[in-house]
Design a protein. Structure first.
Length: 315
């Protein structure tokens, strides 16, 4: 691309008809281009501070914005320009959310440091500092309910993750009884839904055999939560993916996955499978856990503090 006085023609055409910017360009000293480490090219100038007389290199657009902010052809170096600058903090900041972090936890200031309130309450209850590997769990999943009776300390992230898995198992126990799945927004709800019958004409007898097939027992894997795999056209693939791809009429994209609505990985019936984005799949499981938390508040699901697991309350 043709260059004119160190500025590309495309950039020059943008600012050529702006007399204010043109005046500032004529006042600023000679420009030069500089290539950064990542390959980008930026236009720089040498500016002289009107306060201390120091000369330093600065980006051309930075100098223009600074002059517009000050309302004249006044240049300050970095130290002089930021000396009297007041940075808003705390309640004065535009993004202040009453001490609530982006992840939803309450934070408070203690000795000039911002810490999570639920961890401080657990430390005061235990009389010791919490190790970095330990995690504090909110039993009712309300991150702002920091009552000590609602908090439980897990030794590590693995045990914390397992507690959420047990919560989902309790929720699946009440599937189609108290909890239903809304296929419109891919979320579990406490309101009943009637699913319309889906068209299964695309499937043949071999597909019927596939989704009714039983899993092959493996001696090494004692758990019964693995997906069913079968050889199809000489290739070993997972049955639920094959059925879901035939259901939607195309291959899955890289950011898509197949979700079992009733939580049973062996139930590969087409009505039990739904294709969704991986990010939506995460939110889908979160909605299931929130349904279980609502059942916990109703006394239908309980929490065993001795082992840190959720359970179904027998009545």
């Amino acid at each position: 691309m043709e260059e004119k006085e160190g500025i590309t023609v495309a950039f020059w055409n943008i600012i050529y008809y702006n007399p204010i910017v043109m005046e500032k360009i004529m006042i600023i000293s000679e420009k030069f281009s500089e290539r950064k480490d990542d390959g980008r090219v930026c236009f720089c100038v040498f500016r002289k501070c009107d306060k201390c007389g120091k000369e330093e290199k600065a980006r051309f657009d930075t100098v223009v914005r600074s002059r517009e902010r000050r309302g004249g052809n006044i240049d300050f170096c970095w130290s002089c320009g930021n000396k009297n600058r007041v940075i808003p903090r705390g309640r004065e900041h535009k993004n202040f959310k009453n001490g609530i972090s982006a992840s939803g936890y309450k934070r408070i200031n203690v000795d000039g440091k911002r810490i999570y309130e639920h961890r401080l309450i657990m430390e005061n209850y235990l009389g010791r500092k919490i190790v970095s590997s330990e995690q504090v769990h909110h039993i009712d999943l309300n991150k702002q309910n920091n009552d000590i009776n609602n908090l439980f300390l897990f030794a590590n992230a693995k045990d914390h993750h397992l507690s959420h898995s047990f919560m989902e198992k309790c929720a699946y126990f009440f599937f189609n009884k108290l909890i239903w799945f809304n296929k419109k927004n891919n979320k579990y709800v406490l309101n009943s839904f009637i699913y319309p019958k889906e068209d299964l004409t695309n499937f043949n007898n071999e597909d019927h055999i596939l989704w009714n097939s039983e899993p092959i027992k493996h001696s090494k894997n004692k758990r019964n939560n693995y997906y069913i795999k079968r050889k199809i056209d000489g290739e070993l693939i997972e049955v639920h993916i094959h059925i879901a791809e035939k259901k939607i009429g195309r291959k899955l994209y890289r950011d898509e996955c197949v979700h079992h609505i009733d939580g049973n990985k062996h139930n590969n019936y087409p009505n039990n499978l739904i294709v969704m984005l991986k990010s939506v799949h995460r939110l889908c499981h979160i909605s299931l856990q929130h349904c279980a938390s609502d059942l916990y508040k109703q006394g239908i699901v309980g929490f065993n503090r001795d082992i840190g697991k959720y359970f179904v309350v027998e009545k």
